[in-house]
Design a protein around this ligand. Sequence first.
Ligand SMILES: Cc1ncc(COP(=O)(O)O)c(C=O)c1O
Length: 421
Amino acid sequence: MALTRDEAAALDAKDPLAHFRERFTVADPELIYLDGNSLGRLSVDTRERLHEVVEQWGDRLVSGWHDWIDAPTRAGDLLAEAALGARPGEVIVCDSTTVNLYKLACATLDAYSLSAQRALVTDRDNFPTDRYVLEGIAEQRGLELRLLEAEDPLHGPQPADLEPLLADGAVALIVLSHVAYRSGALADMEALTRLARDYDAHIVWDLSHSAGAVPVRLRDAGVELAVGCTYKYLNSGPGGTAYLYVAEELQAGLRSPIWGWFGQAEQFAMERPYEPAEGIGRFLAGTPPILNVAAVEAGAGLTAEAGIEAIREKSVAQTELVIALHDEWLAPLGFELGTPRDPARRGSHVSLRHPEAWPICRALIERAAVVPDFRGPDSIRLGVAPLYTSYVDVWDALDRLRGLVERGEQRAVDAARARVT
Ligand SMILES: Cc1ncc(COP(=O)(O)O)c(C=O)c1O
């Protein structure tokens, strides 16, 4: 039997993270927001920090750069410690995840690929931008792109799925997501990284759906390269600047394919030809967006304050609650779980599959004040963000979903597909 609403309220009453909700802007208390896995909420700290940086701009004008210039590494170090399990100097906040993936993929191919290594790998279910970046690189460089098909798509790529693609020794580079955007499956980062290295291949991990929700242990897992978004569980705002990670030992041997002045050794010795800066700074390209980077710092600061282990503990309890309520209320209504049942194998969102997923999603937003999102062909994603999602939010959202489908309300909404889903 799943929890009652009173039992969910009792969990909120003793939740050590409950007070973090007050640190976020909640414009409509009736609205249940379960899409922090797509765009996190605005925090009070972020609003204040942005205001502060705007004031600095007004007051200091160009001299503000004496402080702003270090913001990408400052924010990177904070992320490294709070969310990524990396060392100071291994993470930098810059560009978008897409651009960072391109930079690290090209840098890796340029530095390491042997002449026999003419292939790239990603999995067919990976986030589209990851696939597109590799498709583009494959075309530009005359390489082959191999698409991994997981034997069990629900659980995502396993070492046994990857190994046959590596067996001929032709693969130079692999791109995988730590948490799959549709199913929420959590990959075995350490085992997959080890397997790749056994075949002289290098993995770039996409951490977009894990950082800030699942403890990521880049150093412990032997990870060489990673990228990720900050606007999901790290709450940096729409289009918030992304980050990249390069293990310290690899940095000197890698060069960004974009030779910009912010990655130059002596940036203000302007007459000199390009020579990459030492350390992670060489992966910068152009002028960092200081307001965005400040928002990343504020977002990562909240994660640091709450502690990633405590966040994960609550996330697991909340996704367990989603699954228990699904089993009891929603499975009889034609829903199917699209996420691994084992909490050790999933991230912080649960996908519920249903043939009418899109109109159900619209009806939830328009008629039940619950915000999930839809990922084709048939998944409704319910993301829990432990810093501001309560247990009662989860209970009420699933209750509203049950009532709405029992009444067939999804048939009363305009089911035309929107530009943003
Ligand atoms: C796994 C993953 N990678 C990358 C992106 C997008 O990256 P970008 O910030 O470049 O748009 C997303 C966006 O949702 C994502 O889920």
